[in-house]
Design a protein around this ligand. Sequence first.
Ligand SMILES: NC(=O)c1ccc[n+]([C@@H]2O[C@H](COP(=O)([O-])OP(=O)(O)OC[C@H]3O[C@@H](n4cnc5c(N)ncnc54)[C@H](OP(=O)(O)O)[C@@H]3O)[C@@H](O)[C@H]2O)c1
Length: 257
Amino acid sequence: MRDALGAVQSALVLGGGSEIATATVELLASERCKTVVLAGRDPAKLGPVADKLRAAGATTVEIVAFDAADTASHEQIVDDVWAAHPDLDVVISAFGVLGDQAAFDDDPKAAADAAIVNYAGGVSSSLAVAKHLKAQGHGTLVVITSVAAMRARADNFVYGSTKAGLDAFAQGLGDRLEGSGASVLVVRPGFVRTQMTAHLGKGPMETTPEAVAVDVVAAIKKGSHTVWSPAKLAPIFTAFRFLPRPIWRKVAAAASK
Ligand SMILES: NC(=O)c1ccc[n+]([C@@H]2O[C@H](COP(=O)([O-])OP(=O)(O)OC[C@H]3O[C@@H](n4cnc5c(N)ncnc54)[C@H](OP(=O)(O)O)[C@@H]3O)[C@@H](O)[C@H]2O)c1
C-alpha cells in the first residue's frame, strides 16, 4: 500500500536486469520504496542490481528466478511473490529481446521465440499479476512496450509486431481493470541507450534509462494510463500511423540509416 503521501513502498520487476527498470526502481527507492523483488532468468546477474537498490534506500531486496519464455510457470511465480509480499504497489514488466531482423529472416523459429518472450510472456505474467492487483484493490502494472509498437518498420518488424501486440494487450488489460482500483501504465520509450541497444549507432532523439525513469515515476504518481518517453515522440509516432504505406517505407528506411 502506498504511504500517506502516496509514495510507492513496494515493487516487483519482471525482467529485473533491465536498465530502464533498474533506473526506475532506483528512483522509487530514493523516494521511500523499501521492498523490491527482482525477477530474472539469471538470478546470479541480479546481485549488482540489488546492491544498487539497497544503496538507493531499499531495505528488502529479493531475487527470484523468472523466465519470460516459460509461460506455464508464471502464475506460480507471481503467486509465490505475493505470498511473501501480500501487498505490492507497482509491478514493472520490463523483459524483452530486440533480436536482429536479418537473422530472423533466416531463422523463423528464433523469430517465434522472440515473440514468445516479448508477447506471450507478457500476456501470461501480466494476467497473473492483474489477478493479485485486482484482489488487493490497488496497484499499478507498468508495461514497457515501445514507440516501435506504433508502426512496423521493415528493418525490425518482428520486434515491432511483438510490441504492437503487447501494447494492445496492455491497453485492453487496463480497460478490463477499470473500476477495480488497479491500473495499467503503458510506457512507450523511444531509442534508449541500454545494453539492448549498445551495439547500435546513435538513435534518433536518443534518451537514457534515467530520463525514462523520471517520466515513468511521474506517470505512476499521476495515475496516467500511457506515457511516451520522451513526450515529444507522441505526436510524431501517432502521425506515422497515418502515412500512406509508400511514404512510410521511405520514412522508416531513412530512420534506419
Ligand atoms: N532500449 C531501448 O531503446 C528500448 C526502447 C523501447 C522499449 N524498450 C523495452 O524496454 C524494456 C527494457 O529494455 P532495456 O532497454 O532496459 O534493455 P535491457 O537492459 O536489455 O533489459 C531487457 C531485460 O529483459 C530480460 N530478458 C530477456 N529475455 C528474458 C527472458 N526470457 N526471461 C526473463 N527476462 C528476460 C533481460 O535479461 P538478461 O539480462 O538475462 O538477458 C534484460 O534484463 C524491454 O521490454 C525493451 O523491449 C527498450
